[in-house]
Design a protein around this ligand. Structure first.
Ligand SMILES: [Zn+2]
Length: 364
């Protein structure tokens, strides 16, 4: 490959305009001199013109300036960079840098897109009237009962105890009234639908060892209610078509999203914070909540069937969450008197709320 160059031997002041030839291993000067690439030392490079100035280790004072007409992008310059193993000084960086820049621009655009998308979704949730959210929540519950072929569990003592437990939780600032129901399913899970509808599956109730544990779960779910997370989750997936589903009575579509929803880390953090505030106000220790989740997580490691994993997967208990709750307990709970939330008898009644009439008749 031919390249225009300036050449000086260093013996005189004369600078000669020459045309040199690039080969795979060396430069050939017009006078027949050969400069092997391994003898070249790059003296300077000009990134605006692409010009390169070399000296030769073996020829004191000699200088060769390669004047690429195509600047940095000149094909001969690329060729020299390749065959001389980056003697152009810019190696592959020029290209890699360009790739990195392109990558960064794409990432920035994606971040912007998702930020705007998330912003738009939050705005949609904010303007959906509370009445509509309640309607959506009721649709989801209807669908749940249909799918489980069941109704919510009731017994006089159980209902009374559940109301007492919810009443004992000082949940402030909720956009909707809480309505908590227990459904006869072995699944260890709790589900919060839009509009303040909370469903405790009986498996979770059975697994809870104290009213404080159940209160902790409810306080956490109330945190999701407070920040309208269920509706946010639905809108994130369905977008504005949620309105069509709501008014078309298409419960199944909304229910599928609610049933399979798992909250983001930020949402879990918000719900935890709300739960801890609520429990502190209600004179209930968060130790129960922590113990409950830890116990479930321990069991999750294989000793018990996959049903147990449900609540752990919809509300993943990360190390970060546990540490946060532990810190709260250590710092905030010295002054709690921790009056019992329910009496022994009330707790028993609540735990038995899903028993059939025959069963409760037998046990009493
Ligand atoms: Zn959660």
């Amino acid at each position: 490959m031919k390249v225009s160059a300036k050449y000086t031997t260093g013996q005189t002041a004369e600078i000669e305009a020459v045309e040199i030839n690039l080969s795979e291993s060396h430069i050939i000067l017009p006078n027949g001199d050969i400069w092997p690439y391994f003898d070249l030392i790059l003296v300077s490079r000009d990134t605006s013109t692409g010009w390169l100035i070399y000296r030769n280790k073996e020829i004191s004072g000699a200088r060769l300036t390669l004047m690429f007409s195509g600047g940095m992008a000149d094909p001969a310059r690329d060729y020299l960079g390749r065959v001389s193993k980056k003697l152009t000084g810019d190696s592959k960086w020029h290209f890699v840098r360009w790739q990195i820049m392109t990558g960064l621009v794409i990432i920035a655009l994606l971040v912007l897109f998702f930020a705007l998308y998330g912003y738009a979704n939050r705005a949609v949730v904010a303007v959906i009237p509370d009445k509509w959210a309640v309607k959506a929540g009721d649709l989801v519950l209807d669908e749940l009962y249909r799918q489980y072929a069941t109704e919510s569990c009731h017994s006089p003592g159980g209902d009374k105890a559940l109301l007492k437990l919810i009443g004992g939780l000082r949940t402030g600032g909720l956009p909707y009234d809480l309505r908590v129901q227990v459904v006869d399913s072995g699944e260890v899970n709790a589900l919060t639908a839009p509009g303040g509808r909370i469903v405790i599956l009986n498996g979770l109730l059975k697994e809870a060892e104290s009213p404080a544990e159940l209160a902790g779960v409810l306080a956490h779910e109330a945190g999701h209610v407070k920040y309208k997370h269920p509706m946010q989750g639905v809108v994130n997936v369905l977008g504005l078509s949620v309105l069509g589903s709501m008014f078309g009575g298409d419960a199944a579509t909304i229910a599928v999203v609610v049933f399979s929803m798992s909250y983001s880390r930020d949402m879990e953090r918000q719900a935890d914070k709300y739960a801890l505030r609520t429990m502190a106000k209600s004179d209930i220790s968060a130790k129960g909540l922590l113990a409950f989740f830890e116990r479930l997580q321990g069991k999750d490691k294989g000793t018990i069937g996959h049903e147990l994993k449900k609540i752990m997967s919809t509300h993943p208990l990360t190390g970060e969450r546990m540490a946060y709750i532990q810190d709260h307990i250590a710092a905030q709970e010295k002054n709690l008197t921790q009056e019992p939330i329910l009496t022994e008898q009330e707790w028993k009644s609540l735990k038995a709320i899903c028993r059939t009439q025959t069963e409760s008749a037998e046990s009493s």
